[in-house]
Write a protein that binds this ligand. Structure first.
Ligand SMILES: [Zn+2]
Length: 468
């Protein structure tokens, strides 16, 4: 067997997913993600470890930026093959890549102006990592595949995509390599979703695999029960309504916003909250919600039934999608209680900042966090209980009620990862633990090895292994 696997990202860290699989005649990249952790972002500027033009194909697990965000650069530097992914992933990735390119351009302009003013140079060139035109050039290379359909990539290399249950269209990918009458299978887990989540189906199971790459974002943790989301949400809405304030929900555009709508719809159907106006105030989340509406074939049983009964969470009475900034500004004049779902999820930019300005000093309003808040972000300052915060250059006292609902994770925790792996009927030759911070990846590797006796390793950035 002549198979080489190189770990070019998300190896003892979380972002920048990128794995290179080389057989005697085929080179495939699985994911081509952007590094987002500050201490690794310089790797985004490094030349690709393989000539992009020599790659035969990219297999893309899903549309999160840390999995697809470096595709425009790959194409600009010569890649001309196909980018295989599900239809929904390609539609969402287009939205996300164009937005990312726009931000890259803005960021470069901003830094250039600042450095000129301060008469200094930064560590990276004052040009965007890639432009909107670069992102547009990548779009025609997307080549949609269906779950379960085998695609032939090179001589003796096949790939099958299966549902990962992580975000809409997300995949786990099984690659099969045949050489001289022998076959080896390699599964790339992508991001492993969870069982019994709203809207999405459960993660797919694999019964026989030679090699597995498994993510470990929450490999050292066990999530709290999700059963309480509805109760917590109902309590927060009812008491904020009684107080006469608004509920501001900083939210990510993909999956989390749609999940919040799902729970709101549920509470309204069950008559557990008053009929209030819910604004989805994020052009990106609105576009992504449109992708959800176009792909009912990806929904789980409960969600399909809601759609059949014309009780879709994307069209309940009182739901307003505010596209333009004028519509967004008009929200300030609403009398009575409204829920405002807006980006960005960690309050680092976007329309949510304006809604925070209007609500954060009002005792009767609630700021409700439904996602992870990274160190150093405005969202983190607020959940950490800062009494005063700076938003768009001005200081505001924090008087609103601050709440956090934790059950919303779209990544499997330690026990759920083990559950996913336990669908294997025979021991794999080797398991590689990836896509987790060192501590989490190493802990999960140890836990899994101890529990199963399998050959488990936790590769570092740049590790190359020959698969036999
Ligand atoms: Zn993801």
């Amino acid at each position: 067997m002549q198979i080489k696997l190189s770990f070019l990202g998300a190896a003892q860290n979380v972002t920048g997913s990128r794995y290179l699989l080389e057989t005697d005649n085929t080179k495939i990249l699985v994911d081509c993600g952007l590094y987002q952790e500050r201490k690794f972002t310089s790797r985004n500027w490094d030349p690709f470890p393989v000539q992009p033009r020599n790659l035969d194909a990219v297999l893309l697990t899903h549309a999160h930026l840390d999995h697809c965000g470096l595709l425009p650069k790959l194409v600009r530097e010569g890649f001309r093959g196909k980018i295989y992914c599900t239809d929904a992933t390609s539609e969402i990735a287009k939205i996300i890549l164009l937005d990312s390119a726009h931000l890259q351009e803005e960021d470069a302009k901003f830094k250039k102006r600042r450095h000129e003013r301060e008469r200094r140079r930064g560590p990276f060139p004052q040009i965007p990592l890639y432009t909107v035109d670069d992102a547009k050039a990548a779009i025609p290379l997307f080549s949609p595949v269906k779950y379960g359909e085998a695609i032939q990539i090179g001589d003796g290399v096949k790939a099958i995509f299966r549902d990962a249950g992580h975000v809409l269209g997300s995949s786990m990918i099984r690659v099969e390599v045949s050489q001289e009458g022998e076959t080896r299978t390699i599964v790339f887990s992508g991001d492993v979703g969870r069982w019994d989540r709203p809207i999405l189906r459960d993660p797919a199971a694999f019964s026989e695999v030679d090699y597995i790459l498994v993510e470990s974002t929450y490999g050292d943790r066990v999530h709290e029960a999700v059963a309480d989301i509805n109760d917590n949400l109902a309590e927060i809405i009812n008491s904020t309504h009684k107080a006469g304030g608004n509920i501001v929900v900083p939210s990510f555009a993909l999956e989390r916003s749609q999940e919040v709508l799902y729970y709101m719809n549920q509470l309204l159907i069950e008559n557990r909250i008053p009929h209030l106006i819910v604004f989805l105030d994020s052009p990106m989340a609105i576009r992504i919600t449109e992708v959800f509406k176009r792909h009912p074939e990806l929904f789980d049983e409960e969600m399909s039934e809601l759609v059949r009964e014309k009780r879709s969470p994307f069209g309940f009475p009182g739901l307003m999608m505010t596209q333009t900034s004028d519509e967004s500004k008009a929200i300030n004049h609403i009398v009575g209680t409204a829920m405002i779902i807006a980006g960005s999820g960690m309050c680092t930019g976007g329309r949510v900042k304006h809604h925070l300005i209007t609500n954060i000093s009002r005792r009767e309003s609630t700021i409700l966090f439904v996602g992870y808040q990274a160190m150093g972000t405005l969202g983190r300052q607020i959940v950490d209980g800062d009494k005063k915060v700076r938003i768009l250059g001005q200081h505001y006292p924090v008087r609103a009620r601050i709440e956090q609902i934790h059950g919303f994770s779209s990544h499997a925790d330690r026990n759920e990862l083990v559950k996913w792996l336990s669908s294997l009927k025979t021991s794999p030759r080797r398991v590689f633990v990836v896509h987790g911070e060192s501590e989490s990846a190493l802990q999960f590797g140890k836990f899994l090895g101890g529990k199963t006796g399998w050959n488990v390793s936790v590769p570092e950035y740049g590790t190359e292994v020959l698969l036999e």
